[in-house]
Design a protein around this ligand. Structure first.
Ligand SMILES: Cc1cc2nc3c(=O)[nH]c(=O)nc-3n(C[C@H](O)[C@H](O)[C@H](O)COP(=O)(O)OP(=O)(O)OC[C@H]3O[C@@H](n4cnc5c(N)ncnc54)[C@H](O)[C@@H]3O)c2cc1C
Length: 528
C-alpha cells in the first residue's frame, strides 16, 4: 500500500492492463479483488479517498433487507442473506451478529412481524444468524431499556449483521493489493480513449495528490491503456459514461439518506431497534455502533450526486421525530454528535418520484463503446456483484476465462476472535502490530481525544499501511471519528496533522492547510 510505488507502477506500464476499474467504493474495490484474485492484471483508481462516496455513509448493516421482503423481492433477499453469511465467514473481525428488536405497540404487530421475520430467517438457509422470536413486554424492555414502555405490548427479535463500512473497504483495498492489483486514491479519470472502431481502450488519469502536497495545481493527465474499463462510480456513473458518449442518457436516480449519531445513553444495550414502517414507507434503524447510537435513514430524491451531500432540515427533523416516538427520552438537535448523508445510486425505473419504491438490485450495462458500467445494489452484495461483473468483463475483453475465487477468500485482517483486541478489534490480524507500534513511543499510545478511543498509533498505521494522505482520510475513514463525534474530530485534527506530517515529510504550511480544510469539512457534520 505504498502510493508512490503504485503510481510509478501505473504510469510506467507499457502493456494494456487487463482491467481498469474506475471508482474506489464497495463496488469498484469488490471488482478489483475479484479480478486480481482470478489472476488478471488490474488497476483501480479513485478520484478522492477510498470510500469517500456512499460506501462510508451506509447504515452499516450486512443484511438481507427486511424491507425488500415487505416489497416481495424474495430473490434479492435470498441473495443478500447468502452474501451476509459469506461476509461474516470471510471478514469475521468486521462483521458481527446483532439482535434487532421490532417493538409492538398494536396488537397485530407482534404476530405479523413475527411471521414475516421467521420467513426472513428461513430464507437464509444454511447461512443463519440467530433465531427469530416473539418477546413479552418485559423481555423487549430488557433488550432495549430506553424504549417507550407506555403502550408497549411486546416485540419481535431477529438477527442480522453489522459492520464498519469504511474499515471493510480499506481491508478490501488491501486484499486487492495482496492479490496483485495496483490501486490509487486521489487519481481521477477525466477522459476515456477509444480505438478506430470507437471502442474504449484506455483512461486519462489526473493525479490530484501531487498538487495537494505543494498547493500547486495537479500535473497534466496521463493516458493508461486497458483491455476493458469498468465504470464503478456509483451515483457518478452516468457522468463517466458521458466521457465516452456525451449523449448517453441517465441510468441512475440518485437518492439521499441521512444518519444522526448520538451518545450511547440512547441505546445502552447491545440490541438495535427497527421501526418497520415510517411515514415515508421505509424502515428506520437505531443501532449501537462504536460506542454510539446511529439512527437513520431517509430516502429523498436529489438532482445530482455530490461527494459531500448535505442533510436537509426536513430530513433531520424527520429522523428526530421518528426516534422520539419510540424512545423514552426523545433526542434533540443538541444531542446530535454527528450528521452525515450518502447518495444511493438507484437503478432508474420510469418517471415515478418515490425513490423508496425503487429496486435495490444492481445492473450491469455495456455501452456502444464497450464501457462496462456496474451500479446499484447494496454493500452486502458487493462480492456477488463483482463476480457477475468480472465474468462479463472477461468475455467483453476476450480475457482467458478463469473462475471466481472470492466465495472463500479471506479479507485482509481476517481474525476469528478479534474482540480480544478491544478498541483495536476492527483491525483484526493487524491489531498486534498496532499495539506494538503504540508501545514504541509514549505519544502513540495516548488517546487523541477523551471522548473517542483512537490513539496516535492508528494515525501512523493509516499513513504507513493504509494509504491515508490527508487528515480527513484518517479522521473520517481510517478511524470513524468524524462520523461518531464531529466536534471531537475537529479537536483531534491538529495532533493528527502533526503525526501525519512527520510520517509523510510535510511542512508547517501543509499542516495548517490540512487542519483548516478538515475543520471546514467537519462543520458540515455538526448541527448548529
Ligand atoms: C443512506 C444509505 C444507507 C445505506 N445502508 C446500507 C446498509 O446498511 N447495508 C448495505 O448493504 N447497503 C447500504 N447502502 C447501500 C450501499 O452503501 C451502496 O450500495 C454502496 O456503498 C455503493 O457503492 P459504490 O461503490 O457503487 O458507490 P460509491 O461508494 O459512491 O463509490 C463510487 C466512487 O467512485 C468515485 N468516482 C466517481 N467518479 C470518478 C472518476 N471520474 N474517477 C475516479 N473515481 C471516481 C467516487 O469518488 C466514489 O468514491 C446504503 C446506502 C445509503 C445511501
Amino acid at each position: 500500500m505504498n502510493r508512490d510505488q503504485m503510481l510509478e507502477r501505473a504510469l510506467s506500464r507499457r502493456n494494456p492492463w487487463d482491467v481498469v476499474v474506475i471508482g474506489g467504493g464497495a463496488t469498484g474495490v469488490g471488482v478489483a479483488v475479484d479480478a486480481a484474485s482470478r489472476g488478471y492484471e488490474v488497476l483501480l483508481v479513485e478520484q478522492h479517498d477510498f470510500g469517500k462516496g456512499t460506501s462510508s455513509r451506509s447504515t452499516k448493516l450486512v443484511h438481507g433487507g427486511v424491507r425488500y421482503l415487505q416489497q416481495g423481492n424474495l430473490g434479492l433477499v435470498r441473495e443478500a442473506l447468502k452474501e451476509r453469511g459469506l461476509l461474516r465467514q470471510n471478514a469475521p473481525h468486521l462483521v458481527r451478529d446483532l439482535a434487532f428488536i421490532v417493538p409492538a405497540y398494536a396488537w397485530w404487530e407482534s404476530p405479523f412481524y413475527g411471521f414475516g421475520l421467521k420467513i426472513y430467517n428461513l430464507l437464509s438457509g444454511r447461512h443463519k444468524f440467530g433465531p427469530t422470536r416473539r418477546r413479552s413486554k418485559e423481555a423487549t424492555l430488557r433488550h432495549v431499556p430506553t424504549l417507550k414502555a407506555d403502550g408497549l405490548r411486546g416485540g419481535v427479535v431477529y438477527y442480522d449483521g453489522q459492520f464498519d463500512d469504511a474499515r471493510l473497504l480499506i481491508n478490501l483495498v488491501q486484499t486487492a493489493v495482496e492479490q496483485g492489483a495496483t490501486v490509487l486514491n486521489y487519481v481521477q479519470v477525466v477522459g476515456l480513449s477509444k480505438d478506430a472502431k470507437g471502442v474504449v481502450n484506455g483512461v486519462e488519469l489526473l493525479d490530484h495528490d501531487s498538487g495537494a502536497r505543494s498547493g500547486d495545481p495537479a500535473p497534466a493527465p496521463v493516458r493508461v491503456a486497458a483491455r476493458v474499463v469498468v465504470n464503478a462510480t456509483g451515483a457518478f456513473c452516468d457522468g463517466v459514461r458521458r466521457l465516452a458518449d456525451p449523449s448517453a442518457s441517465s441510468t441512475i436516480t440518485p437518492s439521499q439518506g441521512i444518519h444522526l449519531v448520538f451518545d450511547r445513553s440512547f441505546l445502552p444495550g447491545d440490541s438495535a431497534v427497527v421501526v418497520p414502517r415510517t411515514p415515508d414507507g421505509r424502515l428506520m434503524f437505531a443501532i449501537p455502533w462504536h460506542g454510539h447510537t446511529l439512527v437513520g435513514t431517509t430516502d429523498v430524491p436529489v438532482a445530482e450526486a455530490s461527494l459531500e451531500p448535505v442533510a436537509t432540515e426536513a430530513e433531520i427533523d424527520f429522523v428526530l421525530e421518528t426516534a422520539g416516538r419510540y424512545l423514552q427520552k426523545p433526542p434533540t438537535r443538541a444531542d446530535v454528535l454527528s450528521v452525515f448523508a450518502g447518495i444511493r445510486p438507484l437503478i432508474k425505473a420510469g418517471t415515478g418520484k418515490r425513490t423508496a419504491a425503487l429496486s435495490r438490485d444492481h445492473a450491469i450495462h455495456v455501452d456502444g463503446s464497450s464501457l462496462l458500467t456496474i451500479s446499484g445494489g447494496k454493500w452486502t452484495t458487493y462480492r456477488h456483484m463483482a463476480e457477475e461483473c468480472v465474468d462479463r468483463a472477461a468475455k467483453l475483453a476476450r480475457l482467458e476465462a478463469r473462475p471466481c475465487v472470492t466465495r472463500t477468500l479471506h479479507v485482509h485482517g481476517y481474525h476469528a476472535h478479534a474482540a480480544e483486541f478491544g478498541p483495536l478489534a476492527v483491525y483484526g490480524a493487524d491489531a498486534p502490530a498496532i499495539q506494538e507500534l503504540s508501545g514504541s513511543e509514549p505519544r502513540l499510545s495516548t488517546p487523541l481525544h477523551a471522548d473517542l478511543p483512537y490513539i496516535g498509533a492508528e494515525v501512523v498505521w493509516a499513513v504507513r499501511f493504509e494509504m491515508a494522505r490527508t487528515v480527513e482520510d484518517v479522521l473520517a475513514r481510517r478511524t470513524r471519528a468524524l462520523f461518531s463525534n464531529a466536534r471531537a474530530a475537529m479537536a483531534m485534527a491538529p495532533r493528527v496533522a502533526e503525526l501525519m506530517a512527520r510520517e509523510l515529510g510535510r511542512d508547517a504550511a501543509w499542516k495548517e492547510r490540512q487542519v483548516a480544510a478538515f475543520t471546514e469539512l467537519a462543520r458540515g457534520y455538526v448541527i448548529q
